[in-house]
Write a protein that binds this ligand. Structure first.
Ligand code: COA
Length: 415
């Protein structure tokens, strides 16, 4: 079966996590992704957090599936010529170098347009134009600058970063959407364009509800669904909300049977208004269904702590899976806190291709997260990540270089 991005060629100048997340997605949708790396070194993540000596790390393999790898020294004059040939042949150049690195290499937007006016140049940067535009940025810097850290954690503790890589992988996702949108516009204009996804902007986009709350706080001085209400104090900025749901239906994380020894024996429980009577019945507090202090969502707000304490008395008598089964019978929204071990072993995720086992020539078998976006007419087959420079000769031949020229370029250190 054909794939959605068949025929699209991506010159992949990305490294670490944010850019590679983006180009991996494009590869999964069928684009030919040619990853350019420095000979002898490659993407720094090949050697970071290694679990097996001298073997590409899981950090690298899990972010670079379905790509081809070529080595080019883009600071070498002959290497630059190879890169120019690739720019002329590709549709999109994706990069997440430090600000200005592409220009310093000699590949300004103007130069790229001269070489290929249809080229889309897509970049991840830490910040957009402004005071921090020249800064190098990693995941947690973006989480802090994008509003996630100040709103994550408990109200009596310090800011906390989340394990979800919303700065890196989140921005990679934003960039991928920008690229396919620019490709679509190119079908009408015939022109390339620049696409920028700044990590601060990407994180803030994902923290949109917190900017909503900032404005509600400024208007009313308090937010009744936050755990600080009614007895705590609200300051000038949106406080950390612990495990409060962030939406209109109050929720919290509650202990389940075994919590004393299992750090993940917890469940997320949502007191959705339409099923309040069922919740009361399940936990044995039938009288709360009609009691004036508990019967309506507004009446319940000042009592949320007590309500969750009471529900927890019930959840602590069940494992998280037992509770999940019982609650779902009554359409009570809840979610077990799944450990990575449980997720890795979950058969349904294997079945849908969300967790995939991949075989690698030097690493052997490993698990990865497959394409989370499923297209019915463009199925994804996850293929292992390339070894460093594995496809240099193949790609050079496609560019028209003879075996002799390839070997001369190699001797000159250009590839
Ligand atoms: N041949 C020759 N030189 C190459 C090359 C190649 N194939 N590939 C990269 N380089 C050079 C670059 O030109 C750059 O040189 P310069 O500093 O002389 O201009 C150099 O390698 C290093 O690139 P840089 O991006 O500065 O790497 P770094 O390891 O110092 O910084 C980041 C890493 C992630 C902090 C930085 O790239 C960054 O801020 N990126 C944007 C934000 C981002 O994506 N962050 C999240 C990463 S997950």
């Amino acid at each position: 079966m054909s794939q959605a991005l068949d025929g699209v060629r991506i010159l992949d100048f990305t490294h670490v996590q944010s850019g590679p997340t983006c180009t991996q997605l494009l590869a999964w949708f069928g684009a030919d992704v040619i990853k350019v790396e420095r000979a002898g070194a490659g993407d720094i993540t090949r050697e970071q957090l290694r679990d097996i000596p001298d073997v590409d790390s899981l950090y690298f393999t899990m972010l670079n599936h379905n790509k081809r790898s070529v080595t080019i020294d883009t600071k070498n004059p002959e290497g630059k010529q190879v890169l120019e040939a690739l720019i002329q042949k590709c549709d999109v150049l994706v990069e997440n170098f430090a600000p200005g690195a592409l220009d310093r290499m000699g590949f300004t937007w103007e130069r790229i347009q001269e070489l290929n006016p249809r080229m889309i140049v897509a970049s991840v940067k830490g910040f957009g134009p402004g005071p921090y535009e020249d800064c190098k940025v990693y995941e947690n810097v973006a989480q802090c600058a994008g509003g996630a850290a100040s709103t994550t954690g408990f109200d009596d503790g310090p800011p906390v970063v989340t394990g979800a890589q919303i700065g890196d992988s989140g921005t990679g996702l934003h960039l991928a959407l920008g690229i396919v949108t620019a490709l679509f516009q190119r079908t009408q204009t015939g022109r390339g364009q620049r696409v920028l996804a700044a990590m601060q902007d990407g994180v803030l986009n994902l923290c949109r509800v917190k900017l909503r709350d900032q404005q509600r706080l400024e208007r009313n001085g308090q937010m009744k669904e936050y755990p600080q209400y009614p007895n705590g104090t609200f300051g000038e900025a949106v406080p950390r909300a612990g495990n409060a749901s962030g939406g209109g239906q109050p929720g919290w994380i509650l202990k389940c049977k075994g919590w004393e020894t299992d750090p993940n024996a917890y469940i997320y429980f949502i007191t959705q208004a339409p099923v309040w009577a069922k919740i009361c019945s399940v936990i044995g507090k039938e009288e709360w269904a009609t009691h004036p202090d508990y019967a309506t969502p507004a009446a319940r707000l000042p009592h949320l702590k007590d309500i969750f304490a009471e529900i927890e008395r019930w959840t602590m008598t069940k494992t998280k899976f037992e509770a999940m089964q019982i609650l779902n019978k009554y359409d009570i929204p809840c979610g077990p806190i799944l450990s990575m071990k449980e997720i890795a072993e979950e058969p349904s995720l294997r079945k849908t291709g969300t967790i995939v086992e991949v075989d690698h020539p030097t690493r052997g078998k490993y698990l990865t997260v497959g394409n989370p976006i499923k297209l019915s007419d463009s199925p994804t087959e996850v293929k292992r990540s390339p070894l460093l420079g594995e496809h240099t000769d193949e790609v050079m031949a496609e560019l028209g270089y003879s075996p002799e020229q390839i070997s001369a370029l190699r001797t000159a250190g250009a590839i």
